[in-house]
Design a protein around this ligand. Structure first.
Ligand SMILES: C[S@@+](CC[C@H](N)C(=O)[O-])C[C@H]1O[C@@H](n2cnc3c(N)ncnc32)[C@H](O)[C@@H]1O
Length: 177
């Protein structure tokens, strides 16, 4: 993301959780840019707000307590980057997890509005059944995107025990808005 995001860019944190990724993105966009950060839990939005305040970068972030499935309603345009960190809120309720339907709905909006050279990262957790299924369904959707316009890579550690996280990296290489 360091090499993709420049000051002034518009980016999305689809799952802000405890706010680490939102702070990371806000530091890259700077105050000239904008980060739209989503989470369905009020607790996550508040934790993210506090972390942003601590790092003095709340100004460039729009915090949205809503599902990323509704992303289209917020009219995102010219997206340079988006991050998804799937699963549950660390230290929170482990029963509240992301779902492939919501993630794919958000991805569709993002892919339609991703600028040329823009990148989307998705970190998934195959260590539990629903996490593996979610990754499978997201991979199925992504593998259907035309290779002319998108390059999609799956990064997977092959010498680690206990099903480590996987990272899907999607780059727009042609077209875009
Ligand atoms: C692994 S955590 C994210 C960690 C976060 N990126 C960080 O840096 O701390 C996953 C988050 O996704 C949120 N979530 C689950 N379903 C969601 C949805 N449909 N829309 C937005 N957020 C969702 C959960 O509430 C949880 O906080």
């Amino acid at each position: 993301m360091h090499s993709v995001i420049s000051p002034g860019d518009f980016v999305i944190d689809a799952t802000c959780g405890n706010g680490q990724d939102t702070v990371f993105l806000a530091q890259l966009t700077g105050r000239q840019g904008k980060v739209m950060a989503f989470d369905i839990q009020a607790e996550a939005i508040e934790k993210t707000r506090q972390l942003l305040l601590k790092h003095q970068c709340l100004e460039q972030v729009i915090l949205i307590e809503d599902s990323h499935a509704n992303l289209g309603a917020y009219k995102p345009e010219k997206i340079k980057a988006a991050m998804f960190n799937l699963g549950y809120l660390p230290g929170g309720d482990h029963n509240i997890i992301t779902s492939s339907n919501d993630t794919i709905a958000a991805l569709k909006t993002i892919m339609d509005n991703l600028v040329l050279g823009g990148v989307v990262t998705i970190v998934g957790y195959p260590g539990y059944d629903a996490g593996q299924q979610e990754l499978n369904e997201i991979s199925k959707y992504l593998s259907g995107l035309t290779q002319k316009n998108f390059e999609i890579i799956n990064i997977k550690a092959i010498n680690q025990r206990n099903n480590p996280p996987q990272i899907l990296v999607c780059s727009r290489i042609n077209g875009g808005i």
